[in-house]
Design a protein around this ligand. Structure first.
Ligand code: NAP
Length: 198
């Protein structure tokens, strides 16, 4: 595994994951984001390529995908359309491995909480990805904080979300992203809840 494309690279989890990738792996990173000057600190880094772009711009996305092995999407907003664009572009170029950050609650899997409208784009994205032939892993984090800790558990799709009132660190989600990107075959075609152990 040599190259990873990080979409939405200025996102909070993505920035933590970028530093973990640089510290713990020898992967070459392509950081794809709007207003790339926000990550100017990586300019000139020998393992980082900065690409300015919007994931809804298919041409920009396609050219960023050339030569990649893994796509890690850390996005927000119209996630359904974003997921559709990513899946179609990956299919076009023959790229298989996708790690996509969604949210807890999309399957109404959280004890004591009902599915609500804000989750719709997250669910739509998951539906699009699960209907694809990609080697995907969807992550459904609990509420997030910025603690400097790695402490998390996972639950598969179909099981109730564990400790839904707990707050998991972005660094924990980033750690899982790094493991998924660097471990062939890990959690392929799975959707994982990511929780803080209670
Ligand atoms: N807050 C929580 O407790 C919680 C819990 C579970 C899940 N989540 C979800 O998990 C996801 C990742 O979390 P996070 O904290 O890393 O989120 P975040 O900081 O909001 O990052 C999302 C990134 O997506 C980028 N983006 C949105 N539309 C884009 C487009 N069309 N093209 C390129 N980039 C685009 C944004 O770019 P710009 O910077 O250019 O706007 C932003 O940097 C989010 O969807 C979040 O809502 C959050």
């Amino acid at each position: 595994m040599r190259n990873i494309l990080i979409l939405g690279a200025h996102g909070q989890i993505a920035r933590v994951a970028t530093d973990l990738f640089l510290e713990q792996t020898d992967l070459e990173l392509t950081l794809f984001l709007r207003r790339a000057e926000r990550l100017h600190r990586y300019r000139g880094h020998d393992r980082v390529l900065l690409v300015e772009g919007d994931v809804l711009d298919r041409e920009a996305l396609l050219s960023a995908m050339v030569g990649q092995e893994v796509v890690y999407a850390n996005l927000a907003g119209d996630l359904g359309t974003q997921a559709r664009t990513i899946v179609e572009t990956m299919n076009q170029i023959g790229l298989k491995r996708l790690v996509f950050v969604s949210s807890m609650g999309i399957y109404d899997e959280v004890p004591g909480q009902r599915f609500h409208a804000a989750l719709r784009p997250y669910r739509e994205a998951a539906d699009v990805i699960e209907a694809s032939d990609l080697d995907y892993t969807i992550l459904r984090p609990a509420w997030l904080n910025n603690r400097e800790e790695i402490d998390y558990g996972t639950t598969p799709k179909g099981e109730p979300f564990a400790n839904p009132d707990g707050v998991v660190s972005r660094k924990s989600v980033a750690d899982l992203v790094v493991r998924l990107a660097t471990t062939p075959g890990l959690h392929l075609r799975e959707s994982l809840g990511v929780h803080k152990p209670g």
